[in-house]
Ligand binder design. Structure first.
Ligand code: HGY
Ligand code: MN
Ligand code: MN
Length: 415
């Protein structure tokens, strides 16, 4: 029986599958746009399913459209070791965010087949629906339903800006599965992902042993003032919602800076009404994204933002509608899974470092359903959620290699 530390993936095959998948929704600048539950997402899902069936997997789809490609274990009654991530992208997404974790999982299955290894526990590769939270908010909603954080009705009722719900779109693309969502034991879950930040590349380390993920608070804010004529309306008689929004953008940014070095604060969406060049904006909608590894600090950022908002509204005479639409608490991953990742990286002589994930991932919710941890690899200049997102083949191979060995460690093999 080959020692686990000698098990290898085929890095070129993994890279090739990533480049093949990247053709679906390819953008001019070299990125990918496969918004959740669009026809392009359907195409990506279909390609993944075909590849998994060619690798001998059985496929199950649950009521949130989560896909599970299963490779039987010697004792198939045992809970599975699962890996995976997401295939949906941001509008200006890249070729690696999410899809690396999905196809690294497929590469594990293909490598187990090549190596003739039968694991004790079954192995599954998962595709989680709508991780990005771009077309449908919030993010990670389907893994959240799987973990029991949201109920099924909430998940299926999430609507996009055109009012189309996830339930309707799952039916339309043929991925409204029949399997119940969650409620089963997971022996271990590992998610491989690009870091989406600059640390690993700067330290020349191909592996991040992810111990934690920071908490997030997402808000939707509507400021209402008074539309009026941009010409005759004196400056001191205006209730300009966009001036208010500009101060809110500055307030959000300051709230992040005031809680440096770990806090992150972003206004990502801003819609002006009526958006006419000679009308004083009467209404502005914007989104706020706060993050921090410490729940207390995150609560303090919330408080500071609300106080600042009240002052802006009073100064300009605006009505404020603020809704916190999502709270994902900081997560500490499973120490046993973290150790398996660390051991696998050390087995292969990869330089590594412990990390806290700045981004949210499906693993943050799956950690509530079973022992979970993540494997990070660097990305070029730490850039992600951008069409130029890129990685080196040796980094991708390193991540896949560690994933294989960590999973086999947990799944067990050989009598
Ligand atoms: O927003 C996030 O952290 C993730 O990319 N959905
Ligand atoms: Mn991702
Ligand atoms: Mn992302």
């Amino acid at each position: 029986m080959t020692d686990i530390k000698n098990l290898s993936i085929d890095g070129q095959r993994l890279w090739d599958s990533l480049m093949e998948m990247a053709k679906i929704g390819a953008t001019e600048k070299g990125g990918c746009c496969r918004l959740a539950l669009t026809d392009l997402d359907k195409q990506g899902r279909n390609l993944f399913v075909r590849w998994c069936e060619e690798a001998g997997c059985t496929i199950k789809v649950d009521k949130m459209g989560n896909i599970f490609a299963r490779r039987a274990g010697r004792d198939d009654s045992k809970p599975p070791v699962i890996t995976g991530s997401h295939l949906d992208t941001q509008p200006t997404g890249g070729r690696f965010d999410g899809v690396f974790g999905v196809l690294a999982g497929l590469e594990v299955v293909r490598s187990l087949n090549d190596l003739g290894i039968e694991t004790e526990h079954p192995v599954e590769v998962a595709v989680w629906t709508n991780e990005e939270g771009s077309r449908f908010a919030p993010a990670m909603v389907a893994s959240g339903v799987y973990a029991g954080v949201f109920d099924l009705e909430y998940g299926l009722s999430r609507a996009d800006s055109d009012g189309k719900t996830m339930g309707e779109e799952l039916e339309r693309i043929g991925y409204a599965g029949s399997e119940e969502v969650g409620g089963r034991e997971i022996h271990a879950y590992f998610e491989a992902h690009i870091e989406q930040g600059p640390i690993l590349e700067a330290e020349d380390k191909p592996i991040g042993v992810v111990t934690d993920a920071q908490g997030q608070r997402w808000y939707e804010l509507t400021l209402t003032g008074m539309e009026s004529h941009a010409g005759p309306t004196p400056m001191d008689r205006r209730r300009d919602a966009l001036v208010g929004a500009a101060r809110v953008v500055e307030l959000v940014n300051k709230t992040g800076l005031d809680n440096a070095p770990y806090a992150c604060a972003t206004v990502g969406m801003l819609e002006v009404h009526p958006n006419s060049r000679n009308v004083i904006p009467g209404r502005v909608f914007l989104t706020i994204d706060f993050r921090h590894p410490d729940a207390e600090v995150l609560a303090g950022m919330d408080k500071a933002m609300r106080a600042g908002l009240d002052k802006i509204a009073a100064d300009i005479g605006l009505e404020v509608e603020l809704e916190q639409i999502w709270y994902s608490p900081p997560v500490h991953f499973d120490d046993g899974c973290i150790a398996a990742v660390r051991q696998a990286a050390e087995n292969n002589g990869y330089a590594l470092r412990d990390m806290v994930s700045g981004a949210g991932h499906d693993a943050c919710y799956i950690a509530k359903a079973g022992p979970t941890s993540m494997i990070f690899v660097p990305c070029i200049d730490g850039i992600s959620h951008n069409e130029v997102e890129d990685a080196k083949p040796e980094w991708i191979t390193a991540g896949g290699q560690v994933l294989l060995q960590a999973m086999v460690e947990k799944a067990g093999y050989g009598a």
